[in-house]
Ligand binder design. Structure first.
Ligand code: NAP
Length: 249
């Protein structure tokens, strides 16, 4: 299927590895130019090289999405080197696995700032470009922890991922008149660095609860995101798409 987004420009945050990397590559395979944003410039540079090999343009940008100045610089550099942004994937996220009664106040704030404030700041920047073009796609990363509450992840993580669903639905209403769609995806357990910290017996326990009896792969999230970025998904907005291998709380 041709998603009809060749030549569009995307920013994918946190795309130096994991789901972000897989998403950046999936979009590039659809002919999209990609700004690979990450805290780690080496990782971002490696992904940008992989993307260029697919025949589209790519840039690597070091930025912390929780810092307004970094987000403004990320969009400024992208506009300068690729052009205005058509597709934004708010993927950067952190998930400290700390029991509720042990979460320090500073850590709670940090998780809010990276996962929720970072998403908000990037949406604000993207809105200006997309409004001008009367076309845009924003896809935010929520989680099963945002839908059902967390089991292994922290309460702060769960709160941010639920917040992302509310933000997504509100922005879908706000941006709809400009033909900008805003959706989120809610993955279950996916095989990335974020989950590789769990003990093998815990992963096995989780696997048994999933009807498909396996952990998901980053590409299985990436291609749902790529579809939501497609021309064909133009009337899907304000949605939260579950990617849970059949898991129901
Ligand atoms: P990951 O492998 O840990 O990758 C996250 C990436 O985000 C890393 O490259 C990290 O950079 C980057 N990052 C972290 N903080 C950042 C910041 N402040 N600014 C810019 N980049 C930052 O995680 P993942 O599993 O692919 O998860 C991606 C997204 O999917 C997250 O939002 C996560 O909550 C969501 N999700 C994941 C799962 C899962 O099971 N994996 C399930 C549901 C939802 P460094 O490595 O340099 O720190």
């Amino acid at each position: 299927m041709d998603f009809k987004i060749q030549g569009k420009n995307a920013i994918v945050t946190g795309s130096g590895q994991g789901i972000g990397r897989a998403t950046a590559i999936a979009l590039a395979q659809e002919g999209v130019n990609v700004a690979v944003c990450d805290l780690d410039l080496t990782h971002a540079g490696e992904v940008a090289k992989e993307i260029e090999a697919l025949g589209v343009r790519a840039i690597a940008v070091q930025a912390d999405v929780s810092q307004e100045a970094d987000v403004k610089r990320l969009f400024a550099v992208t506009r300068e080197q690729l052009g205005p942004v058509d597709i934004l994937v708010n993927n950067a996220g952190i998930s400290p696995k700390v029991p509720f009664d042990e979460i320090p106040c500073e850590q709670f704030k940090k998780v809010m700032e990276v996962n929720l404030l970072g998403t908000f700041l990037c949406c604000q920047q993207a809105y200006a470009d997309m409004k001008e073009k009367n076309w845009g796609r924003i896809i935010n990363l929520s989680s099963m922890a945002g839908l059902f509450g967390a089991n292994k992840a922290g309460a702060h993580y769960s709160a941010t991922k639920a917040g992302i669903i509310g933000l997504t639905k509100t922005l879908a209403k706000k941006m709809g008149p400009y033909q900008i769609t805003v959706n989120c995806v809610a993955p279950g357990r996916i095989n990335t660095a974020l989950t590789q910290v769990l003990a093998p017996e815990v992963v096995e326990q989780i696997r048994q609860q999933i009807p498909m009896k396996r952990i998901g792969e980053p590409e299985e999230v990436a291609w749902v995101i790529a579809f939501l970025a497609s021309q064909q998904a133009g009337y899907v907005t304000g949605a939260c798409v579950d990617i849970l291998g059949g898991f129901i709380a």
